[in-house]
Design a protein around this ligand. Structure first.
Ligand code: ADE
Length: 251
């Protein structure tokens, strides 16, 4: 079972999210082992300070190396081994579904959340294996990133989703976006469910869904098609809606 530790100044924020919904249920059922470590519990001074002013000119506060380091030591001791350490920062590589899949196969992840203006570089240099970002924007701290990462990696672990075909059939498994889906009633606000999925046979529905995935991807995120696994039939369909294969990159 995958172990995920989150080192944070806001464990209650992380616990609130990770106790709800699918991840919360998976934790209770024993498919995921997630723990939050409160960095303030691992300070050496009696005021439980975790931050200080930066050396050199500059405003704001930085998180000190020592509480961060001691929190990591506590997690190693509790779990009995050295985890793969990830620091959430806009400087990191952007999280992808592919990387999430690889991380879900590890034994123990330790996610470090920074706050204030950042973290003393020395603890990053000493314990961090990988820096990850959840997008090109700046958040007030690493927690939202850590929660995105834990959710995205957690749902890929065996037993977490009831039906494993959920994540082989959906968005991004082969680099395409999802086809549109419909539920009851058959007509809503005058709009009917596409005829093929109410009357079609399974093969026709599968073909329609594939084409809708291709079309949606072409219209919304055409750059994804460059890396998607496309067969000849897919390419033929895409050409009918105006796609042209780029065989050469512009210099
Ligand atoms: N911390 C602050 N901004 C972040 C981002 N975009 N991704 C991950 N961690 C962050």
């Amino acid at each position: 079972m995958l172990k995920i530790d989150i080192a944070t100044l806001f464990p209650e924020m992380c616990e609130a999210v990770l106790s709800a919904s699918i991840i919360g249920r998976a934790r209770k059922a024993g498919y995921l082992d997630i723990a939050c470590f409160h960095i303030r519990d691992y300070t050496a001074d009696k005021h439980r300070n975790v931050d200080d002013t930066p050396y050199g000119p500059g405003k704001g506060m930085l998180m000190q190396a020592d509480p961060m380091y001691r929190t990591w030591e506590a997690a190693c001791a509790r779990r009995g081994g050295r985890p793969h350490v990830i620091y959430m920062t806009p400087q990191g590589k952007t999280l992808t579904q592919e990387r999430a899949k690889e991380l879900s196969q590890m034994e123990h992840l330790y996610i470090m959340c920074g706050h204030y203006e950042g973290v003393d570089q020395r603890v990053i240099d000493e314990i961090v294996d990988e820096e990850l970002s959840i997008g090109d924007y700046v958040l007030t701290g690493g927690e939202l990133g850590a929660l995105v990462l834990a959710d995205c990696v957690g749902r890929l672990c065996p037993g977490v989703l009831a039906d494993e075909s959920c994540f082989t059939e959906e968005s991004h498994w082969d680099g395409l976006l999802e086809y549109p889906q419909y539920t009851k009633p058959a007509v809503w606000h005058g709009a009917a469910v596409p005829e093929i999925i109410t009357n079609g046979n399974h093969a026709a529905i599968a073909r329609w869904r594939r084409e809708m995935s291709l079309k949606t991807t072409f219209e919304k995120r055409p750059e994804l098609l460059e890396k998607a696994a496309l067969n000849e039939k897919d390419k033929w369909y895409l050409r009918t809606i105006g796609w042209t294969e780029q065989t050469e990159k512009e210099p």
